[in-house]
Design a protein around this ligand. Structure first.
Ligand SMILES: Nc1nc2c(ncn2[C@@H]2O[C@H](COP(=O)(O)OP(=O)(O)OP(=O)(O)O)[C@@H](O)[C@H]2O)c(=O)[nH]1
Ligand SMILES: [Mg+2]
Length: 349
């Protein structure tokens, strides 16, 4: 896996507040029982996923994340306030490590996802909790626990490993919805997708911890002339510029007279006009909407033509019914990681 950027931060959660040592002193009850409130919990340090962020670069200057300590308990049974948490918003795909032990603390993959990286200390108990049969007026109280502190190393995975490409309406968003938790809108009109969406695709058995994953980017559809600004233009291609593999989706069920090979070549031209380097990227091509009978019927001939005319393997995929979805993911994963590495990553030693 390649990493784009990395930064180090120190996380200091808040200490718990002290419990209070206090007694009730009322006009008619000058030697009342203990009334010390508890200390408040210290604030946590947490990272929150933000789909609007794309780099760790703007976090580098922070170097310390400090949450508030809990308030001390007070007399009259008043508990201390909870310390305010310290929250840092990070781009999706941020992986968090303990910099001292190299332990992986977690990964932030979805918008608004929270990851606590340093826990606030518990507040100390007030003296009223220490009453016993023999000690009605305890002078003990809890001191409050220290908050966790940790040196963190954040790493951001390349923005996406696989970039989705295709004409409007070919089913790009439906595909990314079928293989990940990304939720771009799907509709029966061109240019439904207006901005890029990222999805994380699991490969292998995720439950057993043996699987791996890659990130796929859905972008708005492209049409001929996109490189001159037709349609939504091609500025979105910059989002797939850093990907390592392209998934080019073609479809059949569009207005009559459209030929997937012509479509395919037209987008290849736009791609080359945008970036010759991107046009060199390894590419997997798939025909979508396999659940439609006419698609299945025409697939063999089309596959043949792709092989003969373009020397390209054409895959068949039906996101709606999941037909061929796993095989296509596997194909992409092999392309990304290599067959042998993938086998090693997804099978028990
Ligand atoms: N029958 C069938 N319809 C599909 C399938 N995948 C997508 N569609 C339909 O095709 C239409 C377009 O799907 P989208 O996923 O929005 O296509 P898109 O490529 O993301 O389109 P843009 O965002 O406009 O570029 C919708 O009406 C989908 O329901 C499929 O596997 N089978
Ligand atoms: Mg779309």
């Amino acid at each position: 896996m390649h990493f784009l950027d990395e930064c180090q931060l120190r996380a200091e959660a808040g200490d718990g507040g002290k419990g209070a040592l206090a007694f009730r002193r009322e006009k008619f009850n000058p030697f009342g029982g203990p009334s010390g409130g508890d200390g408040g919990r210290g604030g946590d340090v947490l990272l929150i996923g933000d789909q609007g962020k794309t780099t760790l670069g703007d976090l580098a200057h922070l170097n310390r994340l400090q949450a508030e300590r809990g308030g001390h308990g007070e007399g009259r049974d008043c508990n201390g306030r909870q310390g305010r948490p310290c929250e840092l918003r990070v781009p999706l795909g941020t992986i968090v490590y303990d910099a001292d032990t190299d332990a992986r603390l977690g990964e932030i993959l979805t918008h608004d996802e929270h990851l606590v990286v340093a826990k606030g200390g518990a507040g100390g108990k007030g003296n009223k909790h220490f009453v016993t049969a023999t000690d009605r007026a305890p002078r003990r109280f809890g001191p409050g626990e220290p908050g966790e502190t940790r040196n963190l190393r954040l790493e951001l995975k390349v923005m996406a490993d696989v970039g989705l490409l295709g004409f409007p309406n070919v089913g790009k968003s439906t595909f990314i919805r079928a293989v990940s938790r990304a939720r771009p809108k799907v509709a029966d009109y061109p240019f439904t997708t207006l901005r890029p969406h990222l999805g994380v695709v699991g490969v292998g058995d995720q439950g057993s911890g043996l699987g791996t994953s890659f990130v796929i980017a859905d972008i708005p559809g492209l049409i001929p002339g996109a490189s001159e600004g037709v349609g939504l233009g091609i500025q979105f291609l910059k989002h797939v510029e850093r990907t390592r593999v392209l998934l080019h989706i073609v479809s059949l069920d569009d207005e009559a007279g459209r030929d997937p090979i012509t479509d395919y070549l037209a987008l290849r031209d736009e791609l080359a006009a945008f970036s010759p380097a991107l046009a060199q990227r390894p590419e997997v091509v798939a025909l979508s909407k396999a659940d439609l009978p006419e698609v299945r019927e025409l697939f063999p001939e089309l596959k043949d033509r792709f092989a003969r005319e373009l020397n390209k393997e054409l895959h068949l995929v039906g996101a709606a019914t999941r037909q061929g979805v796993d095989a296509l993911i596997e194909r992409l994963a092999v392309q990304l990681f290599g067959k042998q590495e993938l086998d090693e990553m997804t099978s028990a030693p």
